[in-house]
Design a protein around this ligand. Structure first.
Ligand code: COA
Length: 333
């Protein structure tokens, strides 16, 4: 048995910044409401006319991660790609990365677990490395939300939250099993699927049906925000504690918590509950909004770039989202 270890991190954010004031030109909202409820000041949205998509942004972040790992594309044995906004209904974005990076004919899978997507993706990659099947795996999280949001006042409760972006890491074999990813913890509760959902187009509810009716808005995300919030704070706490207990760690042992960037208020609630200082929790939702499957890996990359994660640190990743799904990853950096 081996452990897996992150040896390279990358990110890509589209250049186009959309501030809360920009949103108030499109819909009835305002900077004060958005900042007070979510902590978000601005987000990145892909500008019309550019080539960026979930796969293209994922490829850009991947090149950076592979480069920083000191590897080449030919050293990668497998691709795991997390997104809820793939370029195509099928095939998934993982195979596009294989092509865009001109890689060998390695395997590629997509993970569809929304805000928990990256935590699920890294957990899947970790298993392949632990068993010895693969040595270096590229794990990507990328989302292109902006093209699928309702930008009228009708959609304001959801649209102001989401941003576009991508992150990637290279997970590699680590012989010392006291280092790297120590454990991962995954959960789901499908009875709440309809609380945060994009219902269509789906095979059950296909495009011609939607086009027949002007009132059918099932292709826009629906979210019961208050319900999601209440469950998020409980599940985040539970799954972090589960991970700490599994490894004989106390909350005081956390050097860096990277929570999925759903809402700054959720992250602050968790921070307070665990008695962590500002240096022990990393947030960047203020700049990027909620980038779903990309949020944890973008935040991890930025925390590392800013020198906030050092060798030997206990790093905790945690996420909660649509499904509901939630999970945590405990890492000895
Ligand atoms: N601008 C201004 N007003 C808005 C608004 C916006 N963007 N969005 C909603 N409102 C209004 C609502 O219409 C409502 O008005 P009313 O009282 O006249 O009906 C009021 O603000 C309160 O709406 P509500 O949805 O109850 O707000 P909230 O306090 O629950 O905050 C969220 C909304 C979305 C910020 C919050 O519920 C949340 O963050 N939930 C978790 C979401 C999340 O994490 N999702 C990602 C998956 S993990």
């Amino acid at each position: 048995m081996y452990n897996s270890k992150i040896i390279g991190l990358g990110k890509y954010l589209p250049e186009h910044v959309v501030t809360n004031d920009d949103l108030s030109q499109m819909m009835d909202t305002n900077d004060e409401w958005i900042q007070e409820r979510t902590g978000i000041k601005e987000r990145r949205w892909i500008k019309e006319g550019t080539d960026d998509t979930s796969a293209v942004m994922g490829a850009k972040a991947s090149r950076m991660a592979i480069d920083r790992a000191g590897l080449t594309k030919d050293d990668i044995d497998f691709i795991v790609f997390a997104t809820m906004t793939p370029d195509y209904y099928f095939p998934g974005c993982g195979v596009q990365i294989q092509d865009m990076l001109d890689m060998k004919n390695i395997g590629a899978i997509d993970i569809r677990n929304q805000c928990s997507g990256f935590v699920y993706a890294i957990s899947v990659a970790d298993q392949f490395i632990k068993t010895g099947m693969y040595k270096n795996i590229l794990v990507v999280g990328s989302e292109y939300h902006s093209n699928g949001l309702d930008k009228s006042t009708r959609g304001r409760g959801v649209t102001v939250i989401f941003g576009d972006g991508a992150g990637a890491c290279v997970l590699s074999r680590e012989e010392d099993t006291t280092k790297g990813i120590l454990s991962t913890h995954l959960h789901s509760e499908g009875k709440y699927a309809d609380k945060l959902i994009v219902e269509a187009p789906s095979i059950k509810h296909w495009v011609p049906e939607i086009m027949e009716s002007k009132e059918d808005l099932s292709y826009f995300p629906y979210m019961d925000g208050t319900f999601v919030f209440k469950h998020a704070v409980v599940r985040f706490s539970e799954v972090i504690i589960e991970g700490l207990m599994k490894n004989g760690l106390q909350k005081e042992d956390i050097d860096m918590l990277i929570p999925h960037q759903a809402n700054l208020r959720i992250a602050q609630f968790i921070q307070k509950k665990f008695g962590l200082s500002n240096d022990q929790v990393f947030n960047n939702i203020m700049k990027y909004g909620n980038t779903t499957a990309a949020s944890v890996i973008i935040a991890l990359t930025e925390a590392w770039e800013q020198g906030k994660i050092n060798e030997g640190d206990n790093v905790v990743l945690a996420a909660f989202g649509s499904g509901f799904t939630w999970g945590s990853v405990i890492i000895k950096w």
